[in-house]
Ligand binder design. Structure first.
Ligand code: G4P
Length: 500
């Protein structure tokens, strides 16, 4: 099923840690490049084909997640992008439902930064195996032992170093590798490096690995242990070892659990799950494209599949690679691959498509929003378009849409994890639906989901809002952690679930 040749991976990092640089370097080592220049970029310094939307082009950022494909040593690495800007969105998180492992990229001088942590928490909740890459070791950095301690402590994650820097910063002589103890001299001229530091590095490496009890692939696959590499992406130093780790340590696509907890064998008939919808890839058609990850079987163009949610058949006459505007048509694809179906008005985020034996994968988690805003229609004459836009963009997951039953559907409440989602939302409401919306900030910051098993309706509290989604989820939203904690204390009998 070719699944054993696939590694589907995302890089998680904080802005500026070097994700763009690393992605470019990974593309350079590849036998055949999925698409040259398919890397997101900031500013105009690099060409980009992933910026579909006008807004992205104006701002020189990538709102949408995309992918590149790398072929190396008979392995195909599908590298899915998680937009790396300070201002990120739920798309960033959803991508993590479509990968089998992640590379956590850290800046050697900064360690764990806020966005790395948020993305890491999502990986942990999904028990995703993580390979750690400590980047920019050619620059003044934290001491390697301190980095290791810091990451272990901050994330409560066991690290096993697979290489170790000999010397430090400008005086760094190179890397000692665990694998055979090879000494790899730096590709730059170290100033003041002493030969004996090789032995010191080898000893420290041995000690650090020993105290972790050695590398254990099972622990890594369970997300309990992370192999750690030092390197410098910009200098193409240590990057080959990272690639090797992705090929040899990172898991191939495994059977995925369906909504009933049954595993769908990778060899079963075709199945895939939509993890992202993207509008406007083609301005002329007001197109919506569905990005899906194949979980089992082969995708063959022209095959008839079913949409699990509706039971409706769909003949997939056209699917494209997820590399950008001039995407190529896909004739066949395999588990772990991502394909894009243009013109998919009937599909929603989380939808399962399948051939053969029916299957329905679990809903993709909704992420804990922290910014809540009331949405008002500024043009009463365009009431219908307003409702259409709200419903379409809500389904696409641009923002989450809720209704406060006390207020009604004419003033929905939007919720999001990042400011950028609101920019995309207002831009698209205006451009695609011709509706000017007004947004007003609500004094809400945290929410929990109401369990249907609770009796009656949620007891009220000052400052709390009850919000209902179109999927029947009830959120209780509060102004602060403190307000929520008090509510839990006042109502210990209630079942309330954390939203991830
Ligand atoms: P991002 O996508 O994670 O936001 O980071 P990006 O690759 O854009 O890298 C951020 C900055 O860090 C860039 O510098 C990049 O060159 C630098 N960088 C990345 N990897 C390394 C490394 O291994 N060593 C060193 N010394 N620097 C690294 P910039 O000044 O913002 O841009 P540029 O003009 O250098 O391209």
């Amino acid at each position: 099923m070719h699944a054993d040749t696939r590694r589907t991976v995302a890089i998680i990092s904080h802005p500026d840690a070097g994700k763009t640089t690393l992605t470019e370097q990974l593309l350079k080592v590849t036998d055949t490049i999925g698409r040259a220049g398919a890397v997101n970029s900031k500013g105009n310094k690099k060409a980009t084909v992933t910026d579909w939307m006008e807004m992205e082009q104006e701002r020189g950022i990538s709102v949408a997640s995309s992918a590149v494909r790398i072929h190396v040593d008979g392995i195909t690495i599908n590298l899915l992008d998680t937009p790396g800007h300070g201002d990120f969105s739920e798309d960033t998180y959803r991508v993590l439902s479509a990968v089998d492992s992640a590379v956590m990229l850290l800046d050697a001088a900064k360690g764990i930064e806020p966005q790395t942590r948020r993305l890491f928490e999502v990986c942990r909740a999904r028990q995703l195996p993580i390979i750690t890459f400590v980047n920019k070791i050619d620059r003044p950095s934290m001491d390697p032992v301190d980095i290791l301690d810091h990451v272990e402590r901050e994330l409560d994650l066991q690290l096993v170093p697979m290489n170790w820097p000999a010397g430090a910063g400008a005086a760094m002589g190179g890397l000692v590798h665990l694998d055979g103890g090879a000494r790899e001299p730096a590709v730059w001229d170290p100033i003041g490096f002493q030969e004996f530091e090789w032995d010191e590095a080898a000893d420290t490496l041995e000690m650090a690995v020993g105290s972790a009890g050695g590398f254990d692939r099972e622990k890594f696959l369970a997300g309990d242990q992370s192999p750690m590499f030092f390197g410098a992406a910009a200098k193409m130093f240590g990057v080959d070892h990272l690639i090797k780790a992705i090929c040899t340590l990172a898991p191939e696509p495994m059977p995925r659990l369906d909504a009933e907890g049954q595993a769908r064998p990778v060899e079963e008939a075709f199945s895939a799950q939509v993890f992202k919808l993207q509008a406007n890839m083609d301005q002329r058609h007001r197109d919506v494209a569905a990005f899906m990850r194949i979980n089992s079987g082969a995708f063959v163009r022209g095959d008839k599949v079913a949409i699990a949610r509706t039971g409706r058949p769909l003949v997939v006459t056209r699917a494209v690679e997820p590399f950008g505007r001039d995407s190529e048509t896909v004739e066949e694809a395999w588990p772990g691959d991502v394909i894009v179906l243009p013109g998919s008005r009937d599909l929603r985020i989380g939808d399962t498509l399948h051939a053969g034996k029916a299957v329905n994968f679990p809903r993709i988690t909704t992420f804990a929003p922290s910014i809540f805003r009331e949405v008002r229609n500024r043009d009463i004459a365009r009431r219908k378009q307003f409702q259409q836009g709200i419903s379409q963009l809500g389904d696409e997951g641009v923002v989450q849409i809720y209704i406060d039953p006390k207020v009604g559907i004419q003033t929905p409440i939007a919720a999001a994890v990042g400011e950028l989602q609101y920019e995309v939302f207002t831009h698209r409401m205006a451009n695609e639906f011709g509706v000017e919306v007004g947004l007003s900030q609500l004094p809400l910051a945290i929410s929990v989901a109401w369990d249907e098993k609770n009796e009656g309706t949620p007891p009220r509290a000052t400052g709390m809002r009850v919000l209902e989604s179109t999927h029947g989820i009830q959120l209780l939203a509060f102004g602060s952690d403190w307000a929520l904690a008090n509510y839990r204390k006042d109502h210990p009998e209630l079942l309330l679930h954390d939203v991830l």
